[in-house]
Design a protein around this ligand. Structure first.
Ligand code: GDP
Ligand code: GDP
Length: 476
C-alpha cells in the first residue's frame, strides 16, 4: 500500500528541506516526464517504519514573475489531485502571509486531507506564528523543524493514520473479487496484441535517462559466506582498488570500479567485501542496514545465494528490500561447482523463486562459481539485460490499448452498485517502470485487480526482474 504525501506551500518555507530529510538527498528524483510531473520531485519518504511516496512541489521559484502565480496554482492542483494527504507548510517564524492565505484558499476547495505544518519552529520565537496559523482554518498545526528534525513524531501519526484509512477503504468490495481474480489461471490471461517490437518485448529505451555507455552501479548482496568477496575478487582481480568516498556518497559506501566489455561497472561495497579477519568472518551476521545502504546506492542488485543451501528467510528479506527500493535484480546461484544434481537443483530453485518472490516474477537466475570464475560473463549479460528492462519506457498509446484489452477481458468490479472505470494510463517514470492509471474511484479498486494489472504488464511487456509500480489515481 503506497500512500502519497505532497508538501505544498509558498517558496522558502522549507519544503525541500523536509523532502530531503525524509527521502535522503541522494535519492531525490527529478522527474522530467512531460505533462505528468512538472516541477515535481518524488521519492520514497520514510519516517520510522513507515514508507510512503513523497512529492515536493518546490521548484517554481525559477519561474519569471509573471507566471509564478499560475505555476504555483497548477502545481498545487496537481499535488491535490495525486496526493492522499497534503502537508500545507508555512514558516512559523514569518507568521501567516497573504501568499499562505492564497494557498489556503486553493487547498480548502479540495476534498483532501490537509495537515497544516508550521515549520522553522525551534523555540518561542515561533510561538506567535504557530497561533496565527490556526486562522488558516485547517485545525491545529503540527509544529516542526525540518532542519533540526523536530516534530517528526506528529508527522508519523498523520501518515500512519492515512495509511490505515487507505487500507480500510480498499477492503470495501475487495473480498469477493479477490477470490475471483486469485482463481484466474494463466490460460485465462488475455492475449493482447499491442504491436510489440520485433524483439517481442515491447521495450523502448528510456528517453534521456538510459545511456548504455554510462557507468553502472551494481551491488552484490547476500548472506555471509554466500561468496560475495570471492566473486568480486575474481572480477576485479588482484589489483582491486578501493576508492571513495565519492562526492555525495556517505563514508561507509565504497565503489570498486571494474571494466566489463568496455563498460565501467562500479561494484558497490557491502561491509562484507572489505577485508575481514578470521574472527570477524565467524562472527559475521547479515546486516540488513549494510545491505540496504548498498542497495540504495546501486542501480542493479545481484542477490547471491549459496546454491548448496536452500532459500532462507534472510534471502527473502534481501529480495524484498531490493523490491521495495525499486531496484532491478538478478539472482546468482553461487557455488554451482558443488551442486551434484544440477538440473534438479535449478528446477527447484526456479520453483522456489516463483513461489516465494511473486513480486519479482520472472527474475533472471544465473548459476555460477565465483571461486572458479565460471559464468561471470553470463551474470553480467543478465545484469545489463535487466538494466535495460528497468529503463523501459512504453508509449501511452500502447499502454492504453493494452488497458482496454485487460479491462474488456476482466472488467473491474462494481462496488456498492457502481462500476469502477479505468479511464487512462500512462507511464510516469522509469527506473523502475512506474505507471499511473486514472480511475473513477481509486479507493474502491481492489488490490487484487491491481495485481492482475501488474501481472499482465509484466507478461505483455516482458518486464522481468524489475519491480513494477502502479499508481491508481482519481480524476482525468
Ligand atoms: P522551499 O522553497 O519551501 O523548498 O524551502 P527550502 O527547503 O529551500 O528552505 C528555505 C530556507 O529555509 C533554507 O535556507 C532552509 O535552510 C531554511 N529552513 C528550512 N527548514 C528550516 C527549519 O526548520 N528551521 C530554520 N530555522 N530554517 C529552515
Ligand atoms: P562472503 O561472506 O559472501 O563474502 O563469502 P566469501 O567470498 O568469503 O566466501 C565464503 C566461502 O565460500 C569461502 O570459503 C569461499 O572460498 C567459498 N566460496 C565462494 N565462492 C565459491 C564457489 O563458487 N564455489 C565454492 N566451492 N566455494 C566458494
Amino acid at each position: 500500500m503506497s500512500v502519497s504525501v505532497a508538501i505544498v506551500g509558498r517558496p522558502n518555507v522549507g519544503k525541500s528541506t523536509l523532502f530531503n530529510r525524509l527521502v535522503g538527498k541522494k535519492l531525490a528524483l527529478v522527474d522530467d516526464s512531460p505533462g505528468v510531473t512538472r516541477d515535481r520531485r518524488e521519492g520514497t519518504g520514510r519516517i520510522g517504519d513507515l514508507t510512503f511516496n513523497l512529492i515536493d512541489t518546490a521548484g517554481y521559484e525559477d519561474a519569471d514573475d509573471g507566471s509564478l502565480e499560475a505555476r504555483m496554482r497548477q502545481q498545487t492542483e496537481e499535488a491535490i489531485r495525486v496526493a492522499d494527504v497534503i502537508l500545507f507548510m508555512i514558516d512559523a517564524r514569518a507568521g501567516v502571509t497573504p501568499m499562505d492565505e492564497h494557498f489556503g484558499r486553493l487547498l480548502r476547495k479540495a476534498d483532501k486531507k490537509v495537515t497544516l505544518v508550521a515549520n522553522k519552529y525551534e523555540g518561542q520565537l515561533a510561538d506567535e506564528g504557530l497561533y496565527e496559523a490556526f486562522k488558516l482554518g485547517f485545525g491545529e498545526p503540527i509544529a516542526l523543524s525540518a532542519e533540526h528534525g523536530m516534530g517528526l513524531a506528529d508527522l508519523y501519526n498523520i501518515v500512519a493514520t492515512t495509511i490505515e484509512e487507505a487500507e480500510e477503504n480498499l477492503k470495501e468490495g475487495e473480498a469477493e473479487f479477490e477470490a475471483a481474480v486469485a482463481n484466474l489461471d494463466e490460460s485465462m490471461m488475455p492475449e493482447i496484441n499491442v504491436d510489440l517490437e520485433e524483439d517481442g518485448k515491447g521495450v523502448e529505451d528510456g528517453k534521456g535517462t538510459y545511456d548504455p555507455n554510462r557507468f553502472l552501479n551494481v551491488a552484490i548482496v547476500g548472506r555471509p559466506n554466500a561468496g560475495k568477496s570471492t566473486l568480486i575478487n575474481k572480477m576485479v582481480g588482484a589489483e582491486r582498488v578501493l576508492t571513495g568516498p565519492e562526492a555525495g556518497i556517505t563514508r561507509d559506501a565504497i565503489m570498486v570500479p571494474w571494466e566489463w566489455q568496455g563498460r565501467t561497472i562500479n561494484l558497490v561495497d557491502t561491509a562484507g567485501i572489505r577485508k575481514k579477519s578470521k574472527v570477524q568472518q565467524k562472527l559475521e551476521k547479515l546486516s540488513v542496514a549494510d545491505a540496504l545502504r548498498s542497495i540504495q546506492y546501486a542501480e542493479i542488485v545481484v542477490l547471491m545465494l549459496d546454491a548448496t543451501i536452500p532459500f532462507e528467510k534472510q534471502d527473502l528479506q534481501l529480495a524484498d528490500l531490493v523490491e521495495r527500493e525499486g531496484r532491478a535484480i538478478v539472482i546468482a546461484l553461487n557455488k554451482w561447482d558443488l551442486v551434484k544434481d544440477k538440473q534438479g537443483q535449478l528446477k527447484d530453485m526456479k520453483e522456489a523463486c516463483e513461489r516465494l518472490l511473486p513480486q519479482l516474477k520472472g527474475v533472471p537466475l544465473v548459476t555460477l562459481s565465483g571461486l572458479r570464475g565460471k559464468n561471470i560473463d553470463r551474470l553480467m549479460e543478465a545484469v545489463l539485460k535487466v538494466e535495460k528492462t528497468w529503463n523501459s519506457r512504453i508509449s501511452t498509446a500502447r499502454l492504453n490499448r493494452w488497458l482496454t484489452g485487460m479491462t474488456e477481458s476482466h472488467p473491474p468490479p462494481a462496488v456498492s452498485g457502481r462500476r469502477i472505470k479505468l479511464r487512462y494510463m500512462t507511464q510516469a517514470k522509469t527506473r523502475p517502470p512506474s505507471f499511473i492509471i486514472f480511475c473513477s474511484r481509486p479507493d474502491a479498486l481492489p488490490k487484487s485487480y491491481e495485481r492482475y494489472l501488474v501481472k499482465g504488464l509484466r507478461e505483455t511487456f516482458g518486464l522481468e526482474g524489475v519491480p513494477i509500480r502502479l499508481w491508481i489515481r482519481g480524476g482525468q
